[in-house]
Design a protein around this ligand. Structure first.
Ligand SMILES: Cc1cc2nc3c(=O)[nH]c(=O)nc-3n(C[C@H](O)[C@H](O)[C@H](O)COP(=O)(O)OP(=O)(O)OC[C@H]3O[C@@H](n4cnc5c(N)ncnc54)[C@H](O)[C@@H]3O)c2cc1C
Length: 441
């Protein structure tokens, strides 16, 4: 069974024009469209497959400030408040709650890294509690073993990946926006160096502002226009177990495995950052940018197969605007999970939490995680074509900050005060290699 997803009906007809078009309905695109519609803009949200069907429904659901890179911390704090605000405004549950996140470790170096982060974060006004060995052991009682230390972040939480993006899309409709599924944007029409329309598989929409929030497809889309965006993806494999395990923490991270309670009472199981690197043309062309990141994380990466190459999402071929593109051939990027990774995850999670031994596996899936060379997204309206805004490269932690990222890109488009400083999210920072700048977390 694949990752669960709430489905919604949307119309087939395309409007002739719009104030702005958002390409890609993951958590970032739906949030951008939501804030634009809320500001009174005539917005059209285009999705080549189903809303939220790629990374945004396949993740753990963590919405965290804990261990965030300093460049993302203000955005994650704002996003936690926006999850609450959106839920109240839309009037439907997205499974968001500040249930707190628990980190446990026996590795003194890891505990020291968390302590250093905690010192910095407390200076930023974030509540984060370092746990002594006794406290960690008490909070981690469900593991049945002693721990050397840990962290408890009481104001962080989780949301339900199967419901979040579709529910926010309902919010777009509530505020007068249009949402269209099964409709790929093939390219951008330009006039005098500025956007004047979006070419879709069903015709052209006239517009002067476009957000590209296409997740793993963003670099190949920009490549068609000669805009370089260093982006590479790794394949993460993940599974969920049925409800029935009692007394487990809502969200627990350890180096062995991480578990997250799901809305149905089951748990999502995963190993942090454990992933397969499937070669693609994009990764090969962009290799020089990604050497620092892969050098830092090579212990957790293994070489995968050809499925990413065949899926075509990181192609470096030009496509024609009047013929089906790789996006229409692959409506939903649904890679095969690694059997080895799934078996190891289940074994480690059941060793960690004996309560999981009696509950059966419910679903298994994989997803490509799109990343930038420094592990921080690009949110930028100055990428070489007037009226085109990019919000992509969320590097494995974009779900929690999706609401804020969408707000930020809407701020840029509306010319209003941004909710946080955008300078650290510029595309132009990738002029040089990122040694020493790769996010630690
Ligand atoms: C296993 C795993 C665990 C993770 N855990 C967490 C976590 O706990 N917390 C966290 O914060 N983050 C987590 N992440 C990362 C998070 O899921 C992503 O960063 C986030 O979902 C990215 O959202 P997005 O909107 O940028 O991209 P996506 O969700 O991938 O959405 C992009 C959408 O654009 C569409 N699209 C692309 N091109 C076009 C086009 N030309 N026309 C029309 N549509 C197009 C695609 O079909 C897709 O639906 C995890 C990721 C994975 C894979």
């Amino acid at each position: 069974m694949p990752a669960p997803l709430l489905r919604m009906e949307t119309p087939d007809t395309l409007p002739a024009s719009a104030d702005c078009v958002v390409i890609g309905a993951g958590i970032v695109g739906v949030s951008a469209a939501y804030w634009l519609a809320r500001a009174g803009r005539r917005v059209v949200l285009l999705e080549k497959g189903l809303i939220g069907a790629e990374q945004s429904s396949r993740n753990w659901g963590w919405c965290r400030q804990q261990n965030r890179d300093a460049r993302e911390l203000p955005l994650s704090t704002k996003s936690l408040a926006l999850w609450e605000e959106m839920t109240a405004d839309i009037g439907e549950d997205m499974g968001f709650s500040r249930c707190g996140l628990l980190y446990l470790s026996d590795d003194e170096q890891e505990i020291d890294t968390w302590a250093a982060w905690g010192k910095f974060a407390r200076g930023e006004g974030i509540v984060t509690d370092m746990l002594s060995a006794a406290e960690a052991t008490e909070r981690g009682a469900a593991t049945g073993k002693p721990w050397k230390g840990g962290v408890w972040s009481p104001t962080d939480g989780t949301a339900d990946p199967s419901r979040a993006a579709p529910t926010i899309a309902k919010g777009v409709l509530k505020h007068g926006g249009m949402v269209i599924q099964n409709c790929a944007a093939r390219g951008i029409e330009r006039q005098a160096g500025a956007v004047c329309g979006v070419i879709t598989e069903r015709g052209v929409i006239r517009t002067r502002q476009v957000v590209l929030s296409g997740g793993a497809w963003s670099a190949s889309f920009l490549y068609q226009m000669g805009i370089g965006f260093p982006q590479a993806s790794v394949r993460g494999s993940i599974l969920s177990v049925a409800p029935g395990a009692r007394g487990l923490p809502a969200a627990l991270h350890t180096s062995a495995a991480s578990v997250t309670r799901r809305a149905d009472g089951g748990y999502t199981l995963a190993i942090s950052r454990f992933a397969q690197l499937d070669p693609t043309p994009g990764a090969i062309y962009g290799a020089k940018h990604f050497v620092p990141m892969f050098a830092k994380r090579w212990r957790l990466l293994s070489l995968g197969g050809l499925q990413a190459w065949q899926a075509g999402f990181e192609t470096r071929k030009r496509w024609a605007m009047d013929r089906p593109t790789p996006m229409e051939a692959m409506r939903i990027l649904d890679p095969r999970p690694s059997r080895k990774a799934l078996d190891l995850t289940l074994q480690r999670a059941r060793n960690l939490l004996p309560g999981l031994r009696e509950v059966p596996v419910q679903a298994e899936w994989a997803s490509y995680v799109d990343s930038t060379p420094d592990g921080v997204p690009v949110i930028d309206g100055n990428i070489g074509l007037q009226g085109l805004f990019l919000a992509a490269g969320f590097s494995g932690h974009g779900f929690g900050i999706g609401p804020g990222a969408g707000h930020l890109v809407a701020d840029l488009m509306l010319g209003r005060e941004p909710i946080t400083d955008v300078s650290q999210y510029r595309l132009s920072r990738f002029g040089q290699a990122q040694w020493g700048k790769v996010s630690e977390f």
